[in-house]
Every structure is written in C-alpha cells, then in structure tokens.
Ligand binder design. Structure first.
Ligand SMILES: NC(=O)c1ccc[n+]([C@@H]2O[C@H](COP(=O)([O-])OP(=O)(O)OC[C@H]3O[C@@H](n4cnc5c(N)ncnc54)[C@H](OP(=O)(O)O)[C@@H]3O)[C@@H](O)[C@H]2O)c1
Length: 202
C-alpha cells in the first residue's frame, strides 16, 4: 500500500482519480479544504511546501487541479491567460519541482492535461495550450528525475460526470465514465510508465 496525496480530490476529475486508487492510503487536498484532509493552493509555492511537510512520508502525488479560463482567443485577456498558466501549467510543474525534495525514492507524480490539445474546440485555447505544456513537461522532465522517480500525465476526454458542465461546448464528443479515467491514474501510480501521456478517449 502506498501513501498518495490526491489534490483536487472533491472535484470531478479528483473523484475519477480516487476510483482508481482504492488499494492505497489516499491523503486528500483541495484549495478550500472542504471535505479534504488538507488545504493547498497549487499556485502558491509556500502552500505546496506546507502540504508536503504536513503529510510527511508519501510515495505518490496525483494532481487533478488545473484552473482554466475559457474565451475566444481574440477576447482572452492576459489576466485570463495568466490564471490558466499559473494553475494548469506552473502549478503542476511546481508540484513536481518542489515535490522532488519531499517524495520517497521511487515515488511518482501524475498530472492532468486534457484532450482539447488533440481535439481543439472553440473557447478552450488556454486549456489546450497548457495541456500541451504538461504533456511536453512529463516527457522531457522524466529524463531528469532522480532516485527512480516517475512522472506521467493523464490526458482524458470529458467524463460523463462533467458532461452537464462541458457538453454544450463539445458537440460531437463522446464522454467516458470517470471510472475509466480512474484506471489510467491507477496505471500511472501502480505501473512502471514514466514520461508518458496516458490518453483516455472514446
Ligand atoms: N472534467 C472533465 O471531464 C475533464 C476532462 C479532461 C481534463 N480535465 C481537467 O481536469 C482538471 C479538473 O477539472 P474538474 O472537472 O475536476 O474541475 P472541478 O470539478 O471544478 O474541480 C476542481 C478542483 O480543483 C480544486 N482547485 C481549484 N483551484 C485550486 C488551487 N489553486 N489549488 C488547489 N486546488 C484547487 C478545487 O478545490 P475547491 O473546490 O476546494 O476550490 C476542486 O477540488 C481541469 O484542468 C480540467 O481541464 C477535466
């Protein structure tokens, strides 16, 4: 049994990830801390450090947080780009960068990207671009991780549990059950994959 920090645990993707981590001790965290074991703001370095110090020994970090702003490219203000970059891109990169100091040997990091960098739709340019950044990040940084550590990204299509939120934006997409995406998280944590983008699409 591993000790896994699951960030964004109460969100839709967090619940999907949780469904694949049943055989482990899962320590949960989110921005508000509502219904989770810890509070963390992944856009704040001190907050990330604080979370890792509070948890102490852990074998894996699974992140399902990446706040994205949605607008047509011509209307997307720099602040909206910045929000998305600071959360979905730099927040996740910092979880790994700082996590190297705290995670156990042979530990793993699993990040979230999303299918919109492969299948673009209107309004989602910032989500798509930062998802591509995360997919590139895991491929490239895997060569530099010390002590047997691994890193992967889960790149899912929309899940059924989120179809009510995103369905209108995504005509022609087929949602998948969150439990299927949970299997991808399980493969990342319990397998030997490293530097991989694990796609889950219908
Ligand atoms: N849902 C899908 O079908 C789907 C598919 C592919 C990719 N994704 C990606 O998955 C990610 C999560 O989506 P979701 O649908 O699960 O969103 P969600 O249901 O709105 O959940 C978001 C979660 O993130 C937490 N959070 C937000 N900002 C945070 C921060 N700065 N620090 C720590 N926690 C923070 C929230 O915590 P609080 O509630 O406490 O604020 C909440 O637990 C997004 O990047 C999305 O693009 C989603």
């Amino acid at each position: 049994m591993k000790t896994i920090i699951l960030i964004g645990a109460k969100g839709k993707m967090g619940q999907a990830a949780l469904s694949g981590l049943g055989k482990h001790k899962v320590v949960t965290a989110s921005r508000s801390g509502n219904g989770t074991d810890h509070c963390v703001d992944i856009t704040n370095e001190d907050s990330i450090r604080n979370l890792y110090q509070q948890v102490g020994d852990f074998d894996a970090v699974v992140n399902t947080v990446g706040e994205c702003e949605y607008a047509p490219f011509s209307e997307m203000a720099e602040k909206q780009w910045s929000t998305t970059v600071q959360s979905k891109m730099m927040g996740q990169i910092n979880l790994v960068r700082i996590g190297l100091e705290y995670i156990k040997e042979n530990g793993s990091f699993t990040l979230i990207s999303g299918i919109l960098n492969v299948k673009p739709i209107p309004l989602a340019i910032a989500d798509a671009v930062t998802s591509s950044a995360i997919d590139s990040f895991v491929k490239c940084v895997s060569y530099e991780l010390p002590k047997g550590m691994r890193v992967n990204a889960i790149n899912p299509t929309v899940i059924e549990e989120a179809w009510g939120v995103y369905g209108d934006m995504m005509p022609g997409f087929q949602p998948v059950p969150g439990s299927l995406v949970g299997k991808a998280f399980e493969r990342s944590v319990d397998g030997f994959l490293n530097g991989e983008v694990i796609y889950v699409d219908a």
